[in-house]
Design a protein around this ligand. Structure first.
Ligand code: NAD
Ligand code: UD1
Length: 336
């Protein structure tokens, strides 16, 4: 059985669905600090298969042990963590405690139960601002500018150390680019608690009338239209990447770092135009000052994922816009 920590969250819920559809046995664990159990109720309906999900906090070792005692877990896909960059600057201790200490506790329990396979959610943020795109996995990391990014960098290093100490341990460290979109059913999707920080949920909430207009953070970057370029990847493609990654973790040992991106960059204004075109809606926007900490261009070299996992992203930017809108327009208040 595969344990999915943070399984109720945005990427976790889509990955549970992909695993169930691939015929895997799945258990999910979440403390619901940034999600609602309704997401997993919907995943069960979509997959037409019940599966166990437990309310537990990563840092609660007793609760974790109970989960490992109840289920025969051979691999963990580890999404659970806090992810808001700005909040991490205000609350560094919460981020180090939740993300770093929580993962250390999880690894200790895995060791005690002889579970030696992990797929970990890292982020393209570990590349910092010093590396040119397309970003390759062998580029230097560690020059991150905020506590959230530092937790990802530290956890990559910790997992490499665990692999070095135990030759049977297998860790696949996935560096995600910018996950967007939703399952094509429109039943599950991204449900930010407050005003969104990220571009696609902001655009969707403007389009649905929850927010009045998008602030485009800077049009004086060194890019063709002056706005920032990112590698947006459909969350269902990302989820299928995890199905491949956990299969790969079963076949190999040691630490492997793999980008999950499309290898293509899209600017803010291109994404707005694609969203309007794909959905026949208007997205009013105004140019605002740059957001501190943003880089001009960030996209993946996606060759390693193709070579090692046999995985490439299939869905276009228009698919991402259509599915984000499908979710948002059917669920204007998210899971509430
Ligand atoms: P999310 O917030 O939707 O999901 C994370 C889930 O983990 C939530 O359901 C939350 O309730 C749960 N959680 C948090 N702390 C926990 C704890 N201590 N114990 C148990 N559960 C806990 O976020 P997401 O977008 O699905 O991201 C999943 C992972 O991928 C995170 O680790 C995130 O840092 C990483 N990541 C996300 C992005 C992105 O843009 N979404 C990009 C790069 C990396
Ligand atoms: C951000 C985080 C990154 C994290 C990622 C996924 C920062 C500095 N970086 O990445 O660490 O891994 O989210 O959670 O927060 N934009 C606007 N208006 C908006 C929102 C965004 O113009 O209201 C622009 C940004 O300037 C950027 C692009 O849209 O050019 C994408 O922004 P966003 O979705 O926040 O992702 P990242 O900045 O790439």
């Amino acid at each position: 059985m595969i344990l999915v920590t943070g399984g109720c969250g945005y990427i976790g819920s889509h990955t549970c669905l992909a695993l169930l559809r691939a015929g895997e046995e799945v258990a999910a664990l979440d403390n619901y600090s940034n999600s609602k159990p309704e997401a997993l109720v919907r995943v069960q309906k979509l997959a037409n298969r019940p599966f166990p999900f437990e309310e537990a906090d990563l840092r609660d070792e007793t609760a974790l042990r109970r989960v490992f005692e109840q289920h025969q877990i051979h691999a963990v896909i580890h999404f659970a963590g806090l992810k808001a960059v700005g909040e991490s600057v205000q609350k560094p201790l919460e981020y180090y405690d939740n993300n770093v200490a929580g993962t250390v506790t999880l690894c200790r329990v895995m060791r005690d139960f002889g579970c030696k396979r992990m797929v970990f959610s890292s982020s393209a943020t570990v590349y910092g601002s010093g590396n040119p795109s397309p970003l390759t996995e062998d580029m230097p990391t560690g020059q991150v500018t905020n506590p959230y990014g530092r937790t990802k960098y530290m956890l990559e290093e910790i997992l490499k150390d665990i692999c070095a100490a135990d030759p049977e341990f297998s860790a696949v460290l996935l560096r995600y680019f910018n996950p967007v979109g939703a399952d094509e059913s429109g039943q599950i999707g991204e449900d930010p608690r407050d005003i969104p920080n990220n571009l696609m949920p902001y655009i969707s909430q403007v389009a649905v009338g929850r927010l009045s207009r998008l602030a485009v953070f800077g049009n004086d970057y060194d890019t063709p239209d002056g706005t920032g370029i990112r590698d947006y990847i459909h969350v269902s493609d990302l989820a299928s990447g995890h199905v491949k990654a956990v299969e790969y973790a079963n076949r190999q040992t040691g630490a492997r770092i793999i980008n999950l991106g499309t290898g293509r960059g899209t600017s803010v204004l291109e994404l707005v135009a694609a969203f309007e075109r794909a959905n026949g809606v208007k997205v009013p926007y105004a140019i605002s000052p740059r957001r501190p900490g943003d880089v001009d261009v960030c996209y993946a070299n996606a060759d390693k994922a193709r070579r090692i996992l046999g995985w490439t992203a299939q869905m276009s930017v228009d698919d991402m816009c259509r599915d984000s809108w499908h979710w948002q327009s059917q669920n204007p208040e998210g899971y509430r």
